[in-house]
Design a protein around this ligand. Structure first.
Ligand code: FAD
Ligand code: NAD
Length: 476
């Protein structure tokens, strides 16, 4: 038994950050243990986040596609969501992936332990198990304990008020839902529920959806949600919330009120750092409860790193995974600042995705940039596939380097990875313009947006900018 054992690396938390760090460490030759307090692996992402939400959103996509079969000349019968079948599929997908993660860890000889871990010192971890507490020695520790939903104390326990975790696993599809928070979770649930026939209202305290995205790009999603029937109140806060007899009453500060069967609270997440023994061990925690790390993701203790949601930097699964890989490089002696290019994706209908600097952010920061825009409506493939609403935008610096991009429209979450490669590789729009983008594809929109930044997009009217054209012809 592992009590008193010594490991080269101990990772606390088996979400995407933790299991990636453990796999990478083991494959790099470190004797590695991975401690998880729950009886299953995969963390929030696999069990109550990315994967189950996308399983249900995929069902909404199927409903939508069948529903507009007439556009393609295809007639289908009545479509409806069988919630219990969708739930069975959600569980099946989760179980398949849990087994996959367990198999990978086994194959890499990572020792998986179940129990709630705490940092006993810079080089020791205590694990509380069902019947005992064990202590293991760790030359290096990775904290990857993730995050939990924010739920205002006054609303906790109200029958009918849920976080995303419970909403994904409801016993029945509700007739109506109020969503408090129009952020990433709010948008995804609104898009999923409304397409399943649920009456949806969103209350968002900001003046619009997703303020980190340029207003006209975010509007592609906002307008579609409105068309689909989602009622949205911006600049609004819930003042009172009561639930009784299966009905919740929502009252805004301006006096407007309504009733809904369920309320989803999606107002952000907080890092899981309580009870980890951090401050006693000498690891700093900020006011939000996030672990304080330096540019290389190392805590105040040289042998302890923190990755993923727990450091509160970018609460995304792929950010957690890339941070996991980063800290193992540090263990191998490659000391660098963590500076990965991290795209954001919202899996709504239409999808929204962005990476790097937005045009709005550039303007706010006084950066010298210009943009290349290209509409989905000018793409042959978009028309052929009945997906002609949307926009591609590249943000380009004075040297022609792509520093950011946004896509609103079908498959935006796939297309954004191409822009991420451009940003990470410091590709110029002239280089992108020189590529023969496969036709007919939606990816052509990325290439055409690069060409548009040069004044050279073929499929939209516009004057050529002679200076930029000369740069292209010169092969810059
Ligand atoms: P987590 O996945 O939170 O895992 C942390 C693990 O640590 C958990 O298993 C927890 O039980 C364990 N743990 C905590 N404390 C201890 C302890 N003391 N001892 C032992 N174990 C402990 N991100 C995306 O990139 N794409 C998406 O599409 C996406 N969709 C999402 C949808 C929803 C509804 C939600 C809620 C989140 C979504 N996210 C998405 C965010 C994503 O789930 C998180 O960013 C990601 O899971 C963070 O990974 P992590 O490894 O840092 O932590
Ligand atoms: P969020 O930060 O994305 O959005 C929260 C929203 O709630 C904000 O727009 C905020 O203005 C609003 N808000 C806060 N308090 C409010 C109040 N009292 N009344 C009305 N509005 C209020 O948080 P989230 O949607 O809860 O998601 C948490 C995190 O999970 C995300 O930021 C993201 O990191 C991750 N996530 C990612 C994905 C994805 O990548 N597709 C999906 C879901 C979640």
């Amino acid at each position: 038994m592992p009590d008193g054992e010594r490991y080269d690396v101990v990772v606390i938390g088996a979400g995407p950050g933790g299991y990636t760090a453990a796999l990478e460490a083991a494959r790099c030759g470190f004797r590695t243990a991975l401690v998880e307090r729950r009886a299953y692996l995969g963390g929030v992402c696999l069990n109550e986040g990315c994967i189950p939400s996308k399983a249900l959103l995929s069902a909404a996509d199927v409903i939508e596609t069948i529903g507009r079969g007439g556009v393609f000349g295809v007639t289908a019968g009545e479509v409806h969501a069988d919630w219990s079948a969708l739930q069975a599929r959600r569980v099946e997908v989760i179980q398949t992936l849990r087994q996959g993660v367990a198999g990978l860890l086994r194959a890499a000889s990572v020792e998986v332990m179940t129990g709630a871990a705490r940092l006993a010192s810079a080089t020791a971890v205590e694990i509380e198990q069902e019947d005992r507490t064990i202590r293991i020695d760790a030359d290096r520790v990775v904290l990857a304990t993730g995050s939990s939903p924010n739920l205002p104390a006054a609303w906790a326990g109200l029958d009918g008020v849920h976080t995303s975790t419970e909403m994904l696993a409801l016993g029945a599809l509700p007739a109506s839902v109020t969503i408090v928070g129009g952020g990433v979770i709010g948008c995804e649930f609104a898009s999923m529920l409304v397409r399943m026939g649920v009456s949806v209202r969103v209350v968002e305290m900001a003046e619009r959806l997703l303020p980190m995205v340029d207003a006209d790009v975010a509007a592609v999603l906002g307008d579609r949600l409105a068309e689909q029937g989602v009622a949205m109140r911006f600049g609004a806060r819930v003042a009172e919330l009561f639930c009784e007899g299966g009905v919740c009453r929502v009252e805004l500060a301006d006096g407007e009120s309504w009733e809904s069967e369920k309320v989803l609270v999606a107002v952000g997440r907080r890092p899981n750092t309580a009870g980890l023994g951090l401050e006693e061990a000498g690891v700093g925690v900020d006011a939000r409860g996030a672990v304080e790390v330096d540019a290389g993701l190392r805590t105040a203790l040289p042998t302890v790193w923190c990755i993923g949601d727990a450091n509160g930097r970018t609460m995304l699964a792929h950010a957690a995974m890339s941070q996991g890989r980063h800290v193992v490089r540090a263990m191998l002696g490659v000391e660098e600042a963590y500076d990965a290019t991290v795209p954001w994706c919202v899996y709504t209908s239409p999808e929204l995705a962005w990476v790097g600097v937005s045009a709005q952010e550039a303007a706010d920061r006084g950066l010298s940039v210009h943009t290349g825009d290209f509409p989905y409506a000018a793409l042959g493939k978009a028309h052929a596939s009945g997906e002609s609403a949307g926009l591609f935008r590249l943000v380009v610096d004075a040297g022609g380097v792509v520093v950011g991009g946004q896509v609103a429209g079908a498959h935006a979450t796939e297309l954004i990875n191409q822009v991420a490669l451009m940003v990470a590789g410091r590709m110029t729009v002239a280089q992108a313009h020189a590529v023969a983008w496969a036709h007919p594809t939606l990816s052509e929109g990325v290439g055409e947006a690069a060409s548009a930044a040069l004044g050279l997009a073929v499929h939209v009217p516009g004057p050529r900018v002679v200076r930029e054209a000369a740069l292209v012809l010169g092969g810059v």
